[in-house]
Design a protein around this ligand. Structure first.
Ligand SMILES: *Cc1c(COP(=O)(O)O)cnc(C)c1O
Length: 465
């Protein structure tokens, strides 16, 4: 055994070999040295436990490939691409929306070069970072004015802080929403310094409930979109239009947290979806200020978009808190690029990945599932069962919570591997693949797998065998 220990190569000689590898050459030397040490410790452990028993196991031709695989696997960035085979389109844990090629190219341009971020090319003087998207947002939505902050949680906080700090905000008890990641209306309200004034009952709120709550301390009336749940049965909420009328009578702003704001009218374009208001509709109904996310149904980068009447938007822009919540130039670049597509709704639908995946046709998904199944069958020689069967995908991201999207899954069962084993192994492939388990199969939903990822899916499945 001690002879085996002595046959292990030295750290320096291994390191000198490793930096010849093109994949590893650019990495910090200290990082590689630590990893080489870890690898040699692993070898010592294997000698101790008898896994490495012969000197031939330590020959360069055996050890070198293992070492390189180890170094590559452990020097990968922590934040990585994954394949989303879950069929959940706006998957918050997997990064919500993915961008168009055009938006990604704008991001690259914005961060690799200097730009007119806060510089007016008309005057050569200081400009505003919001100017790049405000006109577009107004044109698409019909709003008078707008601004963009880091995310919708920030937007809600900023709107409340500006318009209702120290005053009461009237909200229906049916709309005291909690979304994932600890965003809750009552708590955000408390942080903003506005006081929550709950009205109505869990299932029913009437216009008179709002009217009776209005007094000298009232700062605003607020509507929160119940993005991730539905109340069914004996239920009533007050339509935005009526709330707007009441607000006007008392000269109070009516604000709405729309959650997953949406510029694309699915129903009007022939998609048989449950009715969800669009941003355009909310502006038409006369909302004073509305806010929503950039990376949910809109299909853009993480952002909080605030639109509404100029007299309310102006003070929001001037709030010093805005400076702490401002968006960065990469986000602005991606957002402008994404918004431009909405000038032609059909272009937006066909190009923006979030909309394209949500509106994917059943026939196309069936064909895509069959293609994927055949490709797996052709390329993987293993004792396995493959099936193609109908199921449902989800929009996700707190949008259309009850909307089923018919899809076709590719189910895989491999002899000797449980679904859970497959799941775990596929989390360690390069790239990792996240799927779902249904009907005792490990399943891939073609809705969220891009055509360009089909080969990768096959290759990671090969890897786990
Ligand atoms: C998603 C959501 C938010 C938070 O938006 P982020 O962009 O994730 O900060 C706030 N309110 C509602 C109703 C939401 O659905």
């Amino acid at each position: 055994m001690s002879k085996l220990y002595r046959s292990l190569p030295s750290v320096d000689s291994v390191l000198a070999g490793a930096v010849q590898d093109p994949d590893l050459a650019g990495l910090p030397r200290n990082m590689l040295r630590d990893l080489v040490n870890d690898f040699l410790d692993l070898c010592r452990e294997e000698i101790r436990s008898g896994v490495i028993a012969r000197e031939s196991d330590l020959e360069a031709s055996v050890l070198q490939p293992r070492l390189l695989a180890y170094l590559r696997a452990h020097s990968r960035p922590h934040f990585r691409r994954v394949i989303n085979a879950t069929g959940v389109v706006i998957h918050t844990n997997l990064g919500r929306s993915i961008l168009t090629h055009e938006a990604a190219a704008s991001v690259s341009e914005a961060c690799r070069h200097y730009s007119n971020l806060e510089f007016s090319l008309d005057t050569g003087q200081r400009g505003s970072r919001y100017s790049h998207v405000e006109d577009l947002l107004c044109r698409i939505s019909g709003a008078e004015a707008g601004l963009v902050v880091n995310n919708n949680a920030a937007a809600v906080l900023l709107v409340l802080d500006t318009l209702a700090r120290g005053r009461e905000v009237v909200v229906s008890r049916s709309q005291l929403v909690e979304i994932g990641g600890s965003f809750r209306i009552p708590e955000v309200m408390a942080k903003s310094g506005a006081h929550l004034r709950e009205v109505g009952a869990t299932n029913r709120t009437h216009l008179k409930d709002y009217r009776q709550a209005i007094g000298p301390d009232t700062g605003a009336l607020m509507k929160v979109h119940t993005s991730n749940y539905r109340i069914i049965g004996f239920y009533k909420e007050v339509p935005l239009k009526e709330l707007v009328q009441l607000g006007r009578e008392h000269d109070l702003p009516v604000i709405e947290d729309m959650g997953s704001g949406n510029f694309f009218d699915f129903q009007a374009h022939g998609y048989n979806f449950m009715p969800e208001p669009t941003v355009q509709q909310v502006i038409r109904d006369g909302v004073s200020v509305v806010s929503f996310s950039g990376d949910k149904l809109l299909g853009g980068p993480q952002a909080g978009i605030i639109l509404g009447e100029k007299k309310y938007i102006d003070p929001i822009k001037k709030n010093p808190m805005n400076r702490a919540l401002r968006i960065d130039k990469m986000t602005l670049a991606a957002l402008e690029s994404t918004l431009r597509m909405y000038l032609d709704p059909e272009l937006a639908r066909s190009k923006i990945p979030t909309l394209r995946m949500i509106t994917a046709g059943e026939k196309d998904l069936l064909q895509k599932a069959r293609r994927l199944k055949n490709r797996i069958r052709r390329n993987i020689k293993a004792d396995m069962e493959l099936a193609v069967f109908p199921a449902q995908s989800r929009v996700g991201g707190g949008a259309f919570p009850e909307q089923d999207l018919p899809t076709t899954l590719v189910g895989i069962k491999i002899a000797g591997l449980s679904c859970q084993d497959m799941r775990n192994r596929l989390l360690n492939t390069d790239p990792p693949l996240v799927g779902r388990v249904e009907e005792d199969f490990f399943c891939l939903d073609p809705r969220t797998i891009d055509d360009s990822e089909m080969g990768m899916v096959v290759s990671v499945l090969k890897d786990i065998l």
